[in-house]
Design a protein around this ligand. Structure first.
Ligand SMILES: *Cc1c(COP(=O)(O)O)cnc(C)c1O
Length: 377
């Protein structure tokens, strides 16, 4: 089946009793145990509504099995801790999602896990591999500068050395990129973003081989970050339109990026879909389309950033991403506020850098909105 069809049909629970065409919402936390091998229980990650979502994401990512969580960070932290223990070493990109970055710096030392943060390219990742490296955590495109690197190269090197690779595929979504098919071991999503897609669900998922999924599930049962049936149902419902939404968001983002590139009040545009963008060729070889996320820098001499944000009429200055509505944020004061000003400058996150999550509105309205809001000086 193609992605669009998988989104609609894969994984759904067949209601043989009433023959309704949707997965029913199974609210029970207690199930009869006689005459069955495995009894469902929400915190054992094996209820019908959890299963339906996992099966759909597995179909979309080309995975055998997975575990659904109550947040993206529950998925990421549980996946890492399932494969890294005291004495092990973890290689991570310094541009990883802020929460994953903070998890390492705040918690790894106490857990006895060593870690290295490296620059966002395959060479730096491979060079950081030590004899006791057990896990590599990466994401592409990165937040907020949309760096793209060769996923296959890292996956291949890690396989040779028996290192488990964990890939945060939240930005690309399973519609545009399937890291497992490029040799990655575990794919993690924050379901709060594109999978949920309507800015009203917090969830996460890790998908992988059957064996690794069992390993993650075993730890997940102790840590306990499971998702309730009603939210599972909402997530399954959202996933039915994932391909439609992401296709439109990707088309819109490319058009917006092209507009911003021609706009004299914009000094720089970061979007892997632009032919002149570094990493465009690699992105073209490992992504279907380039996704709904882009960043750009306003020319501070011509536009006042804070006035620009207040003048926007359709695009909302808001945190998070991946919703059907367009949102925009300044990483320097939101996602990357914890990082020192010098460090931000080194990475390239200026005060006039804005990250745009492009929604499914008509692209002409989005471009008009950006254009009118730039008349600030
Ligand atoms: C939001 C996000 C996460 C964390 O997800 P939560 O659902 O907020 O826990 C992880 N990775 C990326 C890339 C994200 O954008």
């Amino acid at each position: 089946m193609k992605k669009e069809t998988q989104c609609v049909h894969s994984g759904s629970y067949r209601d043989s009793q009433e023959r309704g065409i949707n997965t029913p919402i199974f609210t029970s936390s207690s199930y009869e145990y006689l005459d069955r091998e495995e009894t469902p229980y929400p915190r054992n990650f094996n209820t019908p509504n959890q299963d339906a979502v996992v099966r759909k994401v597995c179909a979309l990512e080309g995975a055998e099995s997975g575990v659904l969580f109550s947040s993206g960070m529950a998925a990421m932290s549980t996946a890492i801790l399932a494969f890294a223990v005291s004495g092990d070493h973890v290689v991570m990109l310094d541009e990883l999602y802020g929460g994953t970055h903070a998890f390492a710096t705040d918690a790894f030392e106490r857990l006895g896990i060593e870690y290295s943060f490296v620059a966002t390219d395959a060479k730096s990742v491979c060079q950081a591999i030590a004899p006791h490296t057990k896990v590599i955590v990466i994401e592409s495109p990165t937040n907020p500068l949309l760096h793209v690197f060769d996923i296959r190269e890292i996956a291949k090197r890690a396989r040779e050395k028996g290192i488990t690779t964990i890939f945060d595929n939240t930005f690309a979504s399973p519609v545009n990129q399937n890291p497992l098919k490029l040799g990655i071991d575990i794919v993690v999503h924050s379901g709060t973003k594109y999978l949920g897609g309507h800015s009203d669900i917090c969830s996460g998922v890790a998908v992988t081989s059957r064996e690794r999924a069992e390993h993650i599930r075993a730890l997940a049962k102790h840590l306990g970050g499971s998702l309730n049936a009603v939210t599972c149902y909402l997530l399954e419902r959202s996933l039915k339109t994932l391909a439609l939404r992401v296709d439109r968001q990707s088309d819109n983002a490319l058009r917006v990026a092209e507009f911003l590139e021609t706009e004299e009040r914009v000094s720089r545009v970061y979007y892997p879909g632009l032919p002149g963008f570094p990493g465009h060729d690699i992105a073209a070889s490992q992504m279907k389309a380039y996704g709904g996320m882009l960043s750009f820098e306003l020319d501070e001499g011509l536009v006042d950033t804070s006035t620009f944000l207040r003048r926007l009429l359709i695009i909302k200055p808001a945190v998070s991403l991946g919703g059907i509505e367009s949102t925009i944020c300044a990483p320097a004061v939101t996602s990357h506020a914890r990082i020192s000003a010098e460090e931000r400058k080194r990475i390239g996150i200026t005060n006039s850098l804005l990250r745009l999550s492009v929604g499914i509105e008509h692209v002409d309205d989005l471009i008009d909105d950006l254009e009118q809001a730039m008349h600030t000086k």
